[in-house]
Design a protein around this ligand. Structure first.
Ligand code: ADP
Ligand code: MG
Length: 588
């Protein structure tokens, strides 16, 4: 074929492909435009994962009526004029490509009103061509609606994943910008259902509370301010989790450079490194780290999506991040509660009760009766019956327990140094299985058992799709699945702990867990699946256990990193202290 210049529409589709990979890219670019426009609130509304519908509404500066059409030209931007400007980019956008790209591959409505104009403009485009333009009454700001993404690029449309997956990508971008701009109010809804609302209080902590829940919001450690003053041009801030809040993978680490989320393996590593020795091996921290540095020291024009950056001195940035996180952990991480020296407990901890007053004798009797403090003095005078919390503040160990018996074929009754302990046999076993399963996966040990008869399982289309999409994660946990045409799946092997169960039921339940959508944003799929697997495999309430089984379960629980809660966060054990018993019986 002779060389030809591509027709305009083909060229623009190719260019669009670099910027718009999936619905989430549209959301990302429109949010960036809203932020650049000085918006205080940004509302994102998405349907069917964004494949059918995305709308982003802001209250920013709007586009003056004379410039509305221009905004859709490729390389048309108000953020840059000269090549030198590239050295001092302070806006999120600057390439002038997003609107042109999105418009080229969708049906778009762009409604906008500049603050100082009386009426707004409304532009409709299809495949990049302007269909109509009219005046519209609307508040200052901009509302962009993008429908039927890739309607004219079937090849691209084919590569879109399930609504759920696309939705997750959308969630990620909205949460990233909510973190980067805590002063702005972001709302996100999926098919009319609210998914996220950031309060716009200006506090990153509040944003994290909205995303990950109040407990994480409250406990994150503020980065210790840079001791170097003006000397260093690299400024690191943000919030990092105390070591007790670890996660199974790195998706809870977010890095921002000058207000832009970036994908940077090296900086992620710097953060993980700073937690060295603070975390159990194979676990990862939660962290939101903001790096600020002079725009001239970072090149953001590396990739059309602007999610990668290049630093002039990447070693210096690495060191600054690592140092700041490390210092924060050293100075601010909570110290596990003291195990000794709490009032009268020291006496109680001694193996030889002093003879003397009546009180002391009573104490001595109590000691003998329940073995109080023989191995470990109680740590905390205020242990509560309802509390799964804990002798050690990090929740990583349990006191030595002696099995007394089983209660209601549901609970194990045991005696600990502080008094009576009740364990929920199902929750405890779930915890044991969960850590084993994830541990084996990390060590890549075989956890799988082949079925004698591979089973065909018929699932709903979305379930089959989900399982296929996550086949790698499932394989790591011991599932060996093969698509068998349509929404039928061939099960060749299951995780060993489930080998006795009916494969159909197992897959149904795993798919249901993946579909349920009750996981916090960004929960790694392995954890979701592992939780479900363990829930199924764990001994149930109502199952009788003999003493040896109960003892084995307790020994296994002692080996766990987080023995005090089940993988769903419920307590595995509660306790009634000797003091409480004494109070209840009117002895004190
Ligand atoms: P870029 O953001 O790189 O400049 P875009 O194609 O995303 O390129 O946008 C082109 C121009 O349209 C912007 O430079 C800006 O002037 C204007 N614009 C786009 N979206 C908005 C918005 N939400 N509010 C105000 N102006 C906007
Ligand atoms: Mg832009």
């Amino acid at each position: 074929m002779p060389i030809r210049v591509l027709p305009e529409d083909v060229a623009s589709q190719i260019a669009a492909g670099e910027v718009v990979e999936r619905p989430a890219s549209v959301v990302k670019e429109l949010i960036e435009n809203a932020i650049d426009a000085g918006a205080r609130t940004v509302e994102v509304e998405v349907r069917s994962g964004g494949k059918g519908f995305v709308r982003v509404v802001d209250d920013g500066c709007g586009v003056p009526k004379d410039e509305v059409e221009l905004a859709f030209h490729r390389h048309a931007t108000s953020k840059l004029t000269t090549a030198e400007d590239l050295e001092r980019i302070t806006t999120l956008g600057f390439r002038g490509e997003a609107l042109a790209s999105i418009a080229a591959v969708s049906r778009m409505t762009f409604a906008t009103r500049a603050a100082d104009e009386a009426v707004g403009s409304l532009l409709r485009l299809e495949g990049g061509q302007i269909q109509s333009r009219r005046q519209v009454g609307r508040p200052p700001g901009t509302a962009v609606t993008v429908e039927n993404l890739f309607f004219n690029v079937p090849a691209r449309r084919k590569f879109l994943r399930t609504d759920r997956t696309e939705r997750r990508h959308v969630d990620r971008w909205v949460t990233r910008y909510a973190m980067a701009y805590p002063g702005l109010r972001f709302t996100l809804s999926h098919s009319g259902q609210g998914a996220l609302q950031s309060p716009g209080s200006g506090e990153l902590r509040d944003v994290l509370a909205a995303i990950y829940g109040p407990e994480i919001g409250q406990n994150m450690l503020g980065m210790v301010p840079d001791g170097q003053g003006d000397e260093s041009s690299i400024h690191v801030s943000g919030l990092v989790a105390p070591p007790s809040f670890h996660r199974a993978n790195r998706t809870y680490i977010s890095v921002f450079v000058n207000g832009r989320w970036v994908k940077d393996a090296s900086l992620t590593y710097a953060i993980t490194q700073a937690y060295h020795r603070f975390l159990p091996s194979g676990r990862h921290p939660l962290a939101v780290v903001m790096v600020g540095l002079p725009p001239a020291d970072v090149d953001v024009n590396v990739h059309p999506t602007k999610a990668e950056v290049r630093f002039r001195d990447s070693d210096a940035v690495f060191r600054a991040v690592q140092k700041a996180v490390r210092r924060t952990l050293l100075e601010r991480a909570p110290i596990p509660e003291a195990r000794h020296g709490l009032g009268g407990h020291e006496e109680a901890g001694s193996a030889w009760p002093r003879a003397g007053s009546v009180g002391d004798r009573a104490q001595g009797r109590r000691d003998r009766l329940i073995g109080l403090g023989r191995r470990e003095p109680p740590a905390d005078g205020q242990l509560r019956f309802e509390g799964g919390v804990s002798a050690t503040a990090d929740g990583r160990s349990i006191p030595p327990l002696r099995v007394i018996g089983q209660l209601g074929t549901t609970y194990i009754v045991a005696e600990g140094p502080e008094g009576l302990v009740l364990l929920d046999q199902h929750a405890a076993h779930e915890r044991v299985l969960f850590e084993r399963l994830l541990g084996q996966r990390e060590k890549a040990e075989a956890t799988s058992q082949a079925l004698l008869d591979p089973a065909l399982v018929e699932l709903g289309p979305e379930a089959a799709d989900l399982l296929e999409e996550h086949s790698q994660a499932l394989a790591q946990l011991g599932f060996e699945l093969e698509p068998f045409g349509g929404s039928t799946v061939l099960v060749r092997a299951l995780p060993t702990i489930l080998a006795e169960d009916a494969p159909g039921q197992v897959l149904e339940d795993v798919a249901a867990a993946l579909l349920a959508g009750d996981e916090p944003l960004g929960t790694p799929v392995e954890e979701t699946v592992a939780r479900q697997v363990c829930k199924q495999a764990a001994i149930k309430a109502g199952q009788g256990l003999d003493r040896a089984e109960m003892e084995a379960l307790i020994r296994a629980l002692e080996q766990c990193e987080s023995p005090r809660t089940c993988p769903h966060g419920r307590p595995t054990m509660i306790r009634l202290t000797v003091e409480q018993l004494a109070r209840e019986f009117g002895r004190s």
